[in-house]
Design a protein around this ligand. Sequence first.
Ligand code: 2NL
Length: 344
Amino acid sequence: MKDELYALQEQALADVEKAEQGKELQDIKVKFLGKKGPITEVLRGMGKLSAEERPLIGQVANEVRGSIQEAIEKKQQTLKAAEIEQKLASETIDVTLPGVSKAVGHPHPLTQVIEEIEDFFLSMGYSVAEGPEVESDYYNFEALNLPKSHPARDMQDSFYITEELLLRTQTSPVQPRTMEKMNGRGPVKIICPGKVYRRDNDDATHSHQFMQIEGLVVDENIRMSDLKGTLEVFAKEMFGEERDIRLRPSFFPFTEPSVEVDISCSICQGKGCSVCKQTGWIEILGAGMVHPRVLEMAGFDPEKYTGFAFGMGPDRIAMLKYGIEDIRHFYTNDLRFIQQFNRK
Ligand code: 2NL
């Protein structure tokens, strides 16, 4: 019986030695030390032994069991250590490798120009107002004193969706919408940036979709001089301290009087060049005193309130500012163009 036990021990230790995985060790443990294993079997049969043999065999059985158990535990630790070692080796990070840098985007050049214009007017106490791009005939035309017969309402010039709905042709409709909410009480001091649409054939200076920013100030005692002063400071801020502005009489249905506003050419300093077409001046916006009918329709008493308004094209301003020769560059999204405007 003793020999039998030692033979079992020898085999178990050999098996443990060969084992390469925790699972195998588990199997060996069950096989040799489990309830149905040979050692348990021997211990169970001890009752049949003589009184002298019993303690001796008992001792050997315990010894064999202990040594197998110890061998399994030892091997378990060895395997675990090897596993950790391997994991460490495979997961080592080489901190000297060059990093993978992520490409970071930047705002579109038009967005940058619009934000610059917004920042200027925000600093002057204006709020930014926005409205829908699908607009009603009423807000897009009627409320701006463009009567039904006006040529600007020609179906050929606008993208109509139904008889009554169209893609807005200017950002002006945001202004009567805002004024209506004021219940006839000033002041109103807003700028309205956004996309507008015209049924035009695209070329270097025309796009069927472009940007506009309009401004509106309505209060008691607003005068033409307030408009002129505002635009003068704006021109200097946007195009440089040396810029002058001049106003030329013009016509818009929603303003009376109306003016076209030029800035002195920043390229030739007023001497005459191809950009200013040898005049020394560049037209940058249209403006005027809000037509009393427009105030009235939006619920403001034109006897008490006056106002000025202006409209400009950020596309054109960006083209002048950066010497861009084709408006389509803004909308074709060629990254070689756009990435030149990455202000770090
Ligand atoms: C231009 C001219 C202009 C306005 C827009 C306006 C809006 C209201 C009342 C009166 Cl609610 N006027 N807007 C006024 C004058 C000119 O835009 O050349 N834009 C690119």
